[in-house]
Design a protein around this ligand. Structure first.
Ligand code: PLP
Length: 385
């Protein structure tokens, strides 16, 4: 019997069998006809999943941080003003990346557990002229979700380009990139897309491509420069191979299956499933007596949760007790509070059974640490609501 735990950390996540089978196929060459067709299909399906039919998709070997850096490198020139809306660890990281590419960054930080409101954004955009604004849709360190629609719309109103870090939200939370007018929506393969780690993914609006074409200076990263990658994406989408850097061929094959799985489930059904499971998980945690980092339901993500431990329980003790659970979860990430909470990913193909095992594991660990929690009852009640 396998003792492998189900991965319920906030990425990488469990992958469906057809995705893993594609990873395990004999390595395709990057000019093989079958691979060219798969790459082209992935680019087309990304536009569907991102809900951005007129966008330009990019598939590049690298992690989500490369996607963050690619958008920053191509859209920033020395001295450009950038507004970073931060709801945790990844907002902070984006400020550093933009600065590295020459931007003058204004960091607008939310109080831990809170989102940045449309009013705060409006005020910031009214007091200074920015070239671009970035925000983290779901910050994986706090499980706080921002209102992507209102920020996209505010960006358009003020003529500011918007970059959405969707590494923990694309394909788990609804994003209508084109309708909401968001210029870059980026993610990585190992989160809600449900593919092993290794691909940086993004869809870029026509407006952002135009802004990039009007640059006066060279992009400061050779690998991330769209000058090198745009012709490659255009070639594969029209059924022709092209070379700049070797694509991660097995990962692209796996991505094709992952995107097919998402489209076959249906976007609305998938967002609805995440919504129901996320809500049920939060209810179960509350029935176990745990508070959450997000301050309200309205700002709570559905792709992951961040429950707070009671003051009497230490994170190392709790994590050790979780050792006998059938699922793997993650500790805290935000430096100021990282020993006071833990994180559970419930995105991608996660289902009721995964969450039941997880809630029961958490209750068991809490009991080992001296609480009196009934996980089975909490989950039964939560999922019935
Ligand atoms: C995971 C994550 C990242 C970083 O992605 P890597 O693949 O680890 O580089 C960035 N932003 C958010 C919101 C994330 O969840």
């Amino acid at each position: 019997m396998s003792t492998r735990k189900r991965l319920m950390i906030p990425g990488p996540i469990e992958c469906e069998a057809n995705v893993l089978a594609a990873m395990g196929e004999p390595v395709p060459g990057h000019t093989a006809p079958g691979f060219i067709a798969s790459f082209g299909q992935c680019l087309k399906m990304m536009k569907q999943v991102w809900q951005c039919p007129s966008g330009q998709p990019f598939i590049i070997a690298g992690s989500g941080t490369l996607a963050l850096e690619m958008a920053a490198a191509n859209l920033t020139e020395e001295g450009d003003h950038a507004l970073v809306l931060s709801t945790g660890y990844f907002g902070e990281r984006y400020a550093r990346i933009l600065e590295r590419h020459g931007a003058k960054v204004t960091l607008l930080e939310a109080k831990t557990g809170h989102a940045i409101t449309a009013r705060q954004v409006e005020e910031a955009l009214s007091t200074k002229k920015y070239k671009l604004m970035s925000f983290t849709h779901v910050d994986t360190s706090t499980a706080v979700k921002m209102d992507a629609q209102s920020i996209g719309e505010l960006g358009n109103k003020h003529g500011v380009m918007t970059i959405l870090d969707g590494v923990c939200s694309v394909a788990g939370e609804n994003i209508r990139q084109e309708e909401w007018g968001i210029d870059v929506v980026l993610t990585a393969s190992q989160k809600a897309i449900g593919v092993p780690p290794g691909l940086a993914l993004m869809v870029v609006s026509d407006k952002a491509i135009q802004a990039w074409k009007e640059r006066k200076t060279l992009v400061r990263s050779y690998y991330a420069d769209w000058t090198n990658w745009l012709p490659i994406m255009e070639a594969y989408e029209t059924g022709k191979p092209a070379y700049f850097g070797t694509p991660a061929t097995n990962l692209v094959k796996a991505l094709e299956k992952g995107l097919e799985n998402i489209i076959n489930e249906g976007l609305e059904a998938r967002f609805d499933r995440h919504n129901r499971l996320g809500k049920a998980f939060r209810t179960a945690m509350s029935l176990l007596g745990l508070d959450m980092i997000p301050a309200s339901e309205e700002v709570s993500a559905n792709t992951l949760s961040a429950p707070i431990l009671p003051e009497t329980i230490s994170l190392p003790d709790f994590m050790q007790a979780m050792g006998s659970a059938k699922v793997a979860i993650a500790g805290g990430l935000l430096p100021e509070i990282k020993t006071r909470y833990f994180r559970v990913g419930h995105m991608g193909s996660a289902d009721k059974e995964d969450l039941r095992l997880c809630v029961e594991g958490i209750a068991f660990a809490l009991n080992e640490c001296g609480m009196n929690a009934n996980g089975e009852k909490a989950w039964r009640t939560a999922i019935a609501e």
